[in-house]
Design a protein around this ligand. Structure first.
Ligand code: BG6
Length: 608
């Protein structure tokens, strides 16, 4: 997820400054490198560097970027680490066509090979850079107009994109095209904007036009023209006036980043599924050949590793153990050259995890990591890395990165099962079929449970403690649900294996005591009924998370969250986590908590 912005205006101004201000409003979309393309004296001027917007703005002489037209980009790296070469904008061989892009081009390798054969010289590791060279090839070699060349190019792109193009060939207009990635236009009488999101130009105009998929737009200083780039039909779309306050706009109209990120999960999981990562098979092979496997993580990331632990044990028949990073010493004596260490970390900067990795490397262990932030410290200590592609997560409490981590753990487990032969081909194929369906199941789950979570939270918010119970794979879900309720609603919540809760914890249960039961329709279902009955017999109020239609458990709960069918049993930990994210969010809302920045917490703990 990156932030893009473009401005074309009638007057000559310090346009670089306005672009940087606009990008700053989009920093929540990505912040590892920044760049601007402007046109002055008939030439494309590119200014870009690695670093956050404020850092890059310091390095470059922003005031020197003058003119009537410019585009700007703040990057969240997907293809290629955050470096100056990989920063956008990217240009063609002659530096006459510059492009910024938000999205993922899935077929960029084949397009890149074609361009190299045609003699193009590409400077970066990014998928984006193929775009200006494809446009150049069509303009220079096939005499297409710039507009035709851009349209021909985007028709060949597979994946997601929102692009802006400025060129010295036609220095008075910005061409844009979009599919799946967002793009909006802001309208002023003498200045036009295009951007990934409204906050970029909200201080300048509230008149907005939203672009739809497969639309191409030409923007000049006094207007815009939209066409469908497949049918080439002109589209008339009137602007509407945005009523949001600026800080609401950064959250896409959601009151908090956490709720926005809960709702982003269908897309973030689709992005993970969309990108083919060769490291996945290498990781699975190294796990298969190892004697011992230790999964290392902290906080929410630790809970996601329980899916990995379960599936690696199930499919490789070898001891895989999830270890909390700060408790690494419990197993450090077992680490050797036949050991795989599998760190899972959203930030890639958690010091507890880094220290454990450094020690394990001294003992010649193999380090295979799962990380969200490309180029982060942990990736530099890893033999292989699997990326989450979840985009920046601003809310301190992990939501979309948790479900992406869990999906990656499942992904690794499935490949280990295929390599070890423990998973026969038909089982593997049907699981892979359902895997592609996960974004749809998550979208339905979010919609199905939003108002229920809000309703139940009015009761839950008055409580001071609670239990979250699960069995097997979904003990992980219970643990993550309890952590969410603690970290954002500040209600003491304890997760426990449902079967174990009668050995002690049940002593705390009294009339109307909240107990959440994570009860998928799998082999644990019948036992969960027993646990619910035990707790209810002592007065507990049961909130059940069930597969839709599970009447046996439904009638035992005072309230229910329902998960639609369509996921494979070993992937239930993803949809079953969603209602618990929503429940903790709405409970925190009712308790007036600082949801995006919970007290005492930090997004990344780079201290021990
Ligand atoms: C905590 C965060 O500080 O660190 C959690 O609040 C996170 O959300 C944990 O799961 C581990 O962080 P990371 O970046 O290593 O996944």
């Amino acid at each position: 997820m990156c932030g893009i912005v473009g401005i074309v205006q009638q007057r000559e101004t310090k346009i670089g400054k306005t672009i940087i201000e606009a990008l700053t409003k989009l920093e929540y979309r990505g912040y590892d490198s920044v760049g601007i393309a402007s046109i002055s004296d008939g030439k494309v001027m590119i200014t870009k560097d690695e670093g956050k917007i404020s850092e890059v703005a310091e390095k470059i002489d922003i005031d020197s970027i003058q003119g009537k037209i410019a585009i700007g980009h703040t990057r969240w790296a997907t293809h290629g680490p955050p470096t100056k070469e990989n920063a956008h904008p990217h240009t063609d061989c002659n530096g006459e066509i510059s492009v910024i892009h938000n999205g993922i081009i899935e077929n960029f390798q084949e397009l890149k090979e074609e361009l190299l054969k045609q003699g193009h010289v590409l400077q970066s590791e990014t998928d984006t850079e193929v775009i200006p060279h494809m446009i150049e090839q069509l303009v220079k070699k096939e005499n297409q107009s710039l507009q035709e060349a851009i349209i021909t190019t985007v028709r060949r792109l597979e994946g997601t994109f929102a692009i802006c193009v400025v060129s010295s060939l036609e220095p008075d207009r910005i061409y844009c095209a979009k599919r799946d990635s967002p793009l909006v236009i802001g309208i002023n009488s003498d200045r036009m904007f295009c951007a990934s999101d409204i906050p970029a130009f909200l201080e300048h105009t509230r008149k907005v036009v939203l672009l739809h998929d497969d639309e191409f737009v030409t923007i000049s200083s006094n207007g815009y023209e939209i066409i469908d780039f497949n049918s080439m039909k002109k589209i008339v779309r009137k602007p509407y006036t945005v009523s949001w306050k600026p800080e609401m706009a950064q959250k896409g109209g959601f009151p908090h980043f956490m709720l926005k990120e809960i709702h982003e999960q269908p897309n973030s999981l689709a992005d993970y599924i969309r990108i083919d990562q060769p490291s996945l098979i290498k990781i699975a092979e190294k796990i298969h050949n190892a004697e011992k496997v230790f999964l290392l993580a902290a906080g929410t990331a630790h809970y996601s590793t329980l899916t990995g632990e379960n599936l690696i044990r199930k499919y490789s028949k070898k001891p895989a153990t999830s270890i909390i990073s700060s408790e690494y010493e419990a197993i450090s004596g077992l680490v050797d050259e036949n050991t795989v260490i599998l760190p899972v970390s959203q930030s890639g900067e958690t010091m507890d995890t880094i220290m454990a990795i450094k020690h394990a490397r001294e003992l010649d262990a193999t380090v295979l990591s799962v990380v969200n932030v490309i180029g982060s410290t942990i990736t530099r200590y890893s033999d292989e890395v699997l990326y989450l592609y979840a985009g920046p997560e601003i809310g301190v409490a992990a939501t979309k990165t948790y479900t992406a981590q869990t999906l990656s753990m499942w992904d690794i487990g499935l490949e280990v099962g295929k390599i070890s032969g423990e998973l026969d081909k038909s089982e593997y194929d049907s699981a892979r079929e359902l895997y592609r369906n996960i974004p749809t199941v998550i979208r339905q789950t979010i919609v199905r449970n939003e108002s229920r979570a809000n309703h139940i939270s009015s009761w839950f918010a008055k409580k001071s403690s609670s239990f979250f119970l699960g069995r097997g794979l979904n003990l992980q879900t219970a643990k993550e649900g309890a952590l969410k309720m603690k970290e954002i609603a500040y209600i003491h919540s304890e997760a426990y294996p449902a079967g174990e809760s009668k050995h002690g914890p049940i002593a705390l249960v009294e009339e109307d005591y909240p107990v959440v039961f994570v009860a998928p329709k799998d082999h644990t279902n019948k036992r969960m009924i027993g646990s619910i009955m035990e707790m209810k017999a002592r007065g507990a109020t049961a909130i059940v998370v069930i597969e839709e239609g599970d009447k046996d458990i439904e009638e035992l709960g005072k309230w229910k969250f329902e998960i639609p069918k369509g996921y494979s049993e070993t992937l239930s930990t993803i949809p079953f986590a969603i209602p618990l994210q929503q429940l903790s969010y709405y409970t925190a809302m009712r308790r007036g908590c600082a949801i995006d920045t919970p007290k005492n917490l930090s997004k990344t703990l780079t201290v021990l």
